[in-house]
Write a protein that binds this ligand. Structure first.
Ligand code: IDP
Ligand code: MG
Length: 144
C-alpha cells in the first residue's frame, strides 16, 4: 500500500541568501521525492503569523518573524511516500548545533539561541500541518 502525501518545505532566508536552495532541492530529489510546486518570495508578517500561529507568545516568536520576513525564501511542495516524516529526517533536529551530521541542518546550519532562529529549512510536521501550510503558501494548488 502506498501512502503518498505532500509536505510544505521552505528554504529559509539564511539558506536562500547562502545559495543553498539547490543543495536542499538536490537532497529532496536524491531521496526520491517529487517537486510539485516551487516559488521564491519574501513572506509578509501576516502570512508568517498564520504559518507560525502555534508559536505566538513564545520567547523566540518576534525574532522568528523578523528573520523569516527579512528576505526571500524558496517555498516548495514535495510529494512522495511518507514524505512528511521523511523530509523531517532529512532536515534534522530544530537546533542546528545538535542536528546530526548528514542532515540538512546538521551539515549546513550553525548559530542558534535566543538571538538566532536560523536553521536553513522548514518542513511540515504532520498531514494536518501540511494541508494547513500548503493552503497558506499555495492557495491555488489543487489537492491532486
Ligand atoms: P521545527 O522547525 O523543527 O518544526 P518548531 O519547534 O516548530 O521547530 O519551531 C519553528 C521554528 O522556530 C524553528 O524551525 C526555529 O526557526 C524557531 N525556533 C524554535 N525553537 C527555538 C528556540 O528555542 N530558539 C530559537 N528559535 C527557535
Ligand atoms: Mg514545526
Amino acid at each position: 500500500m502506498t501512502t503518498s502525501e505532500r509536505s510544505l518545505v521552505l528554504v529559509k532566508p539564511d539558506g536562500f541568501k547562502r545559495g543553498l536552495t539547490g543543495e536542499v532541492l538536490r537532497r529532496i530529489e536524491a531521496k526520491g521525492y517529487r517537486l510539485v510546486a516551487l516559488e521564491i518570495r519574501t513572506p509578509t508578517r501576516d502570512l508568517l503569523a498564520r504559518h507560525y500561529a502555534e508559536h505566538e507568545g513564545k520567547p523566540f516568536y518576534e525574532t522568528l518573524l523578523g528573520f523569516m520576513s527579512s528576505g526571500p525564501v524558496t517555498a516548495i511542495v514535495i510529494e512522495g511516500d511518507q514524505c512528511i516524516a521523511g523530509f523531517r529526517s532529512l532536515a534534522g533536529a530544530t537546533d542546528p548545533t545538535k542536528a546530526l551530521p548528514g542532515t540538512i541542518r546538521g551539515d549546513l546550519g550553525r548559530d542558534w539561541g535566543m538571538g538566532s532562529t536560523e536553521n536553513v529549512v522548514h518542513g511540515s510536521d504532520s498531514p494536518e500541518s501540511a494541508a494547513r501550510e500548503m493552503a497558506i503558501w499555495f492557495p491555488d494548488l489543487s489537492a491532486g
